[in-house]
Design a protein around this ligand. Structure first.
Ligand SMILES: Nc1ncnc2c1ncn2[C@@H]1O[C@H](COP(=O)(O)OP(=O)(O)O)[C@@H](O)[C@H]1O
Ligand SMILES: [Mg+2]
Length: 257
């Protein structure tokens, strides 16, 4: 059965795209069939996986207008088992255009209703709580929330939690939090450790045991159009994403018991 996971946080630069790419790659490496949906007009997930601009059509933008899946928009990546629906700047218009749709919150849900041949679908959300993120959350089983391990990590999280609550009340009662992921952790920095403690205190076992260290290989990889896991398999950051994939699978098995 497919599982749809939105990677969400309306803050930019917290590691949504990095987590989407590297978690998806880790799961593909253990023979799961995985689809990434790039739902950010910046198209960072597409770029990070080396998808050329010409290969990003039809994107989720065209699918929004047709209100259905266009299978020719599902593109291969360099990783066997990992596919992507790309995005480009056209998608910036969708945020406004969606407001005139009668079923504006349910468009992604109808698009993904027809997809059955994947174990996991990850939606890389844009840095806002607009209709693209709302559509992602309405279409998802769960959401994974990356938090940058910095002083302001928790700031803005209440707005996201409020949005999730409203979506549960109005559009998708079964939406759950997949997990909260601390990213860009610097163990030598005492502030980073304080933030980790604080987040764990607030959110308990919703927070993944795995944390993602700040790691230069992770930040270099996208400019090579490769996941960190392929760019440097043994880098601390790559290994952390493999650990995260294990935890995601373990939680999955627990929930299925
Ligand atoms: N663990 C990490 N270590 C070092 N750099 C990171 C790490 N995670 C993300 N980055 C870098 O931080 C920037 C923001 O990450 P990104 O995943 O694009 O965030 P978002 O999608 O939330 O905007 C990118 O340049 C990315 O390469
Ligand atoms: Mg991003």
């Amino acid at each position: 059965m497919k599982k749809i996971i939105s990677i969400s946080n309306q803050k930019g630069g917290v590691g949504k795209t990095t987590t989407t790419i590297n978690l998806a790659t880790s799961l593909a490496a253990i023979k799961k069939s995985v689809l990434i949906v790039d739902a950010d007009p910046q198209g960072n997930a597409s770029t990070g996986l080396g998808i050329s601009y010409n290969d990003r059509k039809p994107s989720i933008y065209e699918m929004i207008h047709k209100k259905k899946l266009l299978t020719e928009g599902i593109k291969e990546t360099l990783i066997p088992g990992l596919k992507i629906i790309g995005a480009n700047t056209d998608l910036a218009g969708a945020e406004l255009e969606l407001t005139s749709f009668e079923d504006r919150e349910f468009v992604f849900k109808s698009i993904f209703a027809d997809i059955n041949n994947f174990d996991f679908i990850f939606i890389d959300c844009p840095p806002s709580l607009g209709l693209l993120t709302i559509n992602s959350l309405v279409a998802s089983h769960t959401t994974l929330i990356p938090l940058q391990s910095e002083f302001f990590a928790l700031e803005g999280l209440s707005a996201l939690m409020q949005t999730i609550k409203l979506i549960k009340q109005n559009f998708n009662k079964d939406l759950r939090i997949e997990g909260i992921l601390l990213t860009m952790l610097d163990k030598r920095n005492s502030l980073s450790s304080l933030v980790e403690k604080d987040v764990r205190h607030h959110f308990g076992d919703q927070v993944y045991k795995t944390t993602i260290p700040r790691n230069v290989k992770i930040s270099e990889a996208p400019s090579h159009g490769k996941p960190a896991l392929i760019y440097d398999t043994h880098a601390a950051g790559s290994l952390a994403y493999i650990e995260l994939a294990k935890e995601v699978i373990l939680n999955q098995n627990k929930n299925n018991e």
